[in-house]
Design a protein around this ligand. Structure first.
Ligand code: NDP
Length: 342
């Protein structure tokens, strides 16, 4: 059985969907009640592969909210993730994806040093960040959408915002090793980590966000921002492809320009309907088929009976592992979300 640990994008979003979870009282209450709510299994899921294989899973709502990080409620945030992992393990789930901020909190606050959650010793082999599949899907989205827009990646400048992150660094490796883009712009805040990445790749220009965006034909946005930022559409190149892989979305309100094409990054569409209700709470056009690529990774690992923490640690995603998970993704009927406007 596979599992998904998820969370909502904001307190407002959480209040809006609390009734769907069967927690009407949470809709009336403020932030503090969300801080104290224990994790719950809120959905049972059945997925059928295009091979005919059927698997079952559960969705664990952690009740974490990004505001907990913005307000520096670090203990609350880490407790939410550890409790959700413990809940998944206690319920006999073989492989669980740490969705959205769950894996970021796990890594940033070194939760591998806290495996004991009351009477449960966490077995980290039972969890995956899902980041290898997410990075693979984002790269495929860039390749397929750029081709549709007539952007020749080999002659293009690609900016990766969040380049030093787990997903960002994998995207950089692919854009270098598999695509060989003309210019790679590396954007993040910590200079030392940027220089390490530049050293590993043997290429890439380290740039500030405001300087990088106007130079890019393609922007891959995979920064771990608790809140979105607004960007000036007039300053961007035309055409420009933006793949926003952040959760919550890294960019503010949608950019309105006919030559600026924004695609939700790290999202897959399954070829067959998935039996679940939980994706009705996310803003997807086809909630029975569309989902986060990290969640799909745990489904793929379940289909393949690969009960291991396939994606784990930071900045260790190799092109070979992206090929492996990508091959299994295609085999079971997952496809990268495409631009709908062209
Ligand atoms: P990491 O924590 O590993 O990396 C985050 C990156 O963002 C780092 O390079 C960090 O560098 C950079 N960053 C953070 N804040 C800023 C900022 N204000 N300006 C510029 N750079 C910034 O995160 P992941 O790679 O694990 O995840 C990245 C994003 O992808 C997250 O939003 C996450 O929620 C989303 N995600 C989506 C999934 C999906 O299925 N669609 C699955 C998993 C994650 P520095 O701190 O030096 O600035």
């Amino acid at each position: 059985m596979f599992g998904l640990i998820g969370h909502l994008t904001s307190l407002d979003h959480a209040k809006a969907v609390a009734k769907d979870f069967g927690y009407g009282e949470l809709a009336e209450e403020g932030f503090e009640l969300w801080c104290s709510a224990p994790p719950q299994i809120v959905d049972d899921i059945t997925v059928t592969s295009i091979t005919g294989q059927k698997i079952h899973g559960k969705y664990v709502e952690s009740f974490f909210l990004p505001e907990m990080l913005a307000l520096r409620r670090i203990k609350t945030a880490t407790r939410k993730i550890l409790n959700a992992m413990s809940h998944a393990q206690k319920n006999g789930i073989d492989i669980t994806a740490l969705g959205g901020f769950s894996s970021i909190i796990f890594e940033n606050f070194k939760l591998e040093n806290s495996p004991q959650v009351r009477n449960v010793t966490l077995d980290f082999e039972k969890f995956t960040t899902g980041n290898t599949h997410t990075a693979y899907i984002i790269c495929k989205q860039v390749e397929e959408s750029a081709e549709k827009l007539g952007i020749d990646l080999k002659k293009s400048t690609v900016a990766v915002v969040g380049a030093t992150g787990d997903i960002g660094s994998a995207v950089c490796r692919w854009m270098d090793g598999r695509v060989d883009v003309q210019d790679l712009l590396l954007v993040a805040r910590n200079r030392e980590r940027l220089e390490d990445l530049q050293g590993e790749l043997g290429r890439g220009k380290i740039m500030d966000l405001t300087d990088a965006l106007p130079e890019a034909d393609v922007i891959v946005w995979v920064a771990s921002m608790a809140q979105s930022v607004k960007i000036d559409v007039e300053a961007l190149k035309k055409p420009c492809l933006i793949v926003d892989g952040g959760y919550p979305k890294n960019m503010g309100a949608t950019l309105k320009h006919p030559d600026v094409h924004v695609l939700s990054g790290g999202i897959v569409e399954h070829s067959l309907d998935i039996e679940w209700n939980i994706m009705n709470t996310a803003d997807f056009e086809l909630p029975n088929r569309q989902l986060f690529a990290c969640f799909a990774e745990s489904m793929i690992l379940e289909f393949e009976k690969l009960y291991t923490n396939f994606s784990w640690g930071r900045n260790q995603i190799t092109l070979e592992k992206m090929d492996q998970i990508g091959g299994a993704s295609v085999k079971h009927g997952f496809k990268p979300l495409q631009l709908s406007s062209i």
